[in-house]
Design a protein around this ligand. Structure first.
Ligand code: HAM
Length: 420
């Protein structure tokens, strides 16, 4: 039997209503903060991610779904949304838009060849936002405020916002040198990945899951001490505005993020719920000041974040928050014989074309079973069609909640339901 590919899932109707609910709310909040939707292709030139996300990152090194197309181009199913959005900003010359920053959001599947685990999929859906074109601590704060707004609007409480500043490229170069000096003498005590990271991306040693308790990680130099005055002041302004707004956060100097394009403000939102599983990061993001120029674009900066719907739903489950299921149809037509079934088919056609949701039995079941079916489908009204009803071209329109019924012609039934 052919099965769903490893690390992917079918979202069945018993779950899809939750997705619809969550997605609708995310769209509303994006609108609230004045972000517009952008849709980019599901695959991009591989080079885009190698350059933007970074050749030494796990995403690029281990996790990309890369293939040659028939024209011998190397393409990659997008593993994240920031690089494509930045590509589009540059390609469509959005730096000339009158309104800056350009505020964009996306809701789209991403693909990463990762080890399957609770909350970790090979295809997952990210909701992400990017504000490109202006650098201002207030925009960083807007991001964090929107992020908290999203999670809190679902009633989630067990949340921990962690922030850090990873400075500009110069500060990071100095800091990376200090890390190499710090870790090099005892790097053989670290995992294989970290032994590679010391050459390619020493900062990533700080958030290695395997080595996080090593004493050298705990005693490592702090990025904050390597930030220049400008970066420090920027970070202070972000923090002070967060305090102003009453947005709670923790500073974690070891938060470095897994993608190379970040500068200055970086953040993650974790779930604090018990039993959430090993992976507690719900959302991550940060500022990317050098990225556009690195992509041969204009001298513009950006900031954004992304969350996956899968992990948001897990967080809701962990906190016992239920999503209302708005299931139901306006009318269910019960039928007593074949002729009635035929007439029901015609009526359904008319009802639906007038915007009324309606259904009938297709299995030739007994009346009692059809009524049960109407209940299961949460029908607001029912009618029963038998010989009498067909000859009179009328039926009793019964309201299920009250049990009340009124005799109406077929046309009147349609009109009544349409008005309702
Ligand atoms: P990221 O930290 O790689 O950042 O991913 C962001 C979020 O996507 C994670 O916090 C998590 O909720 C979700 N996620 C990542 N991988 C998986 C997975 N395998 N299964 C389920 N969920 C997953 C980025 O992607 C950046 N583009 C975020 C960003 C936007 N930075 C600036 N702008």
């Amino acid at each position: 039997m052919i099965q769903v590919p490893r690390g992917t899932q079918d979202i069945l109707p018993s779950e899809s209503y939750k997705w619809q609910f969550v997605e609708k709310k995310l769209f509303e909040i994006a609108k609230n903060y004045n972000y517009d939707e952008i849709r980019t292709p599901m695959f991009e030139a591989t080079e885009l991610f190698v350059r933007a996300v970074g050749g030494s990152t796990d995403i690029v090194n281990k996790e990309m779904y890369t293939f040659q197309d028939k024209g011998d181009r190397s393409l990659t199913l997008r593993p994240e949304g920031t690089a494509p959005v930045v590509r589009s900003y540059i390609e469509n010359k959005m730096q000339h838009n009158v309104e800056q920053p350009v505020k964009l959001f996306y809701l789209a599947p991403m693909f990463r060849y990762e080890r399957k685990q609770k909350g970790r999929y090979r295809q997952f859906v990210q909701f992400g936002v990017e504000a490109i074109g202006v650098e201002d601590p207030l925009i960083d704060v807007e991001m964090l405020s929107m992020l908290m707004h999203i999670y809190q609007s679902f009633g989630l409480k067990n949340l921990k916002l962690v922030i850090n500043s990873i400075g500009d490229i110069d500060s990071r170069t100095q800091y990376n040198k200090a890390l190499v000096e710090h870790f090099s003498p005892r790097i053989d005590e670290f995992c294989q990945d970290c032994q590679t990271r010391i050459d390619s991306n020493p900062m990533r040693i700080l958030d290695c899951k395997k080595d996080r308790d090593h004493e050298l990680v705990k005693s490592a130099p702090r990025i904050y001490d390597y930030l220049n005055d400008e970066s420090k002041e920027y970070f202070e302004r972000v923090k002070s505005k967060l305090d102003d707004l009453g947005i709670k956060y923790e500073v974690d100097y070891n938060l470095v993020r897994g993608l190379d394009y970040y500068t200055h403000t970086a953040f993650e939102l974790m779930s604090d719920s018990e039993g959430f599983g090993a992976i507690t990061t719900l959302c991550g993001g940060g500022r990317y000041n050098g990225l556009l120029e690195m992509m041969d674009g204009p001298d513009k900066t950006g900031i954004g974040f992304a969350l996956s719907i899968e992990r948001l739903l897990l967080a809701l489950e962990a906190e016992g928050i239920e999503i209302p299921e708005e299931k139901g149809i306006d009318l269910y037509i019960c039928t007593m014989n074949d002729e009635a079934r035929d007439t029901a088919g015609t009526l359904l056609h008319k009802l639906r074309s007038r915007g009324i949701s309606a259904d009938m039995d297709y299995e030739n079941r007994k009346l009692k079973a059809q009524m049960k079916d109407a209940d299961r489908k949460n029908a607001s009204f029912t009618i029963v069609l038998g010989e009498d009803e067909l000859s009179r071209k009328s039926a009793d329109l019964k309201e299920m909640a009250t049990g009340e019924a009124q005799k109406l012609s077929f046309e009147e039934i349609i009109n009544t339901l349409e008005e309702l």
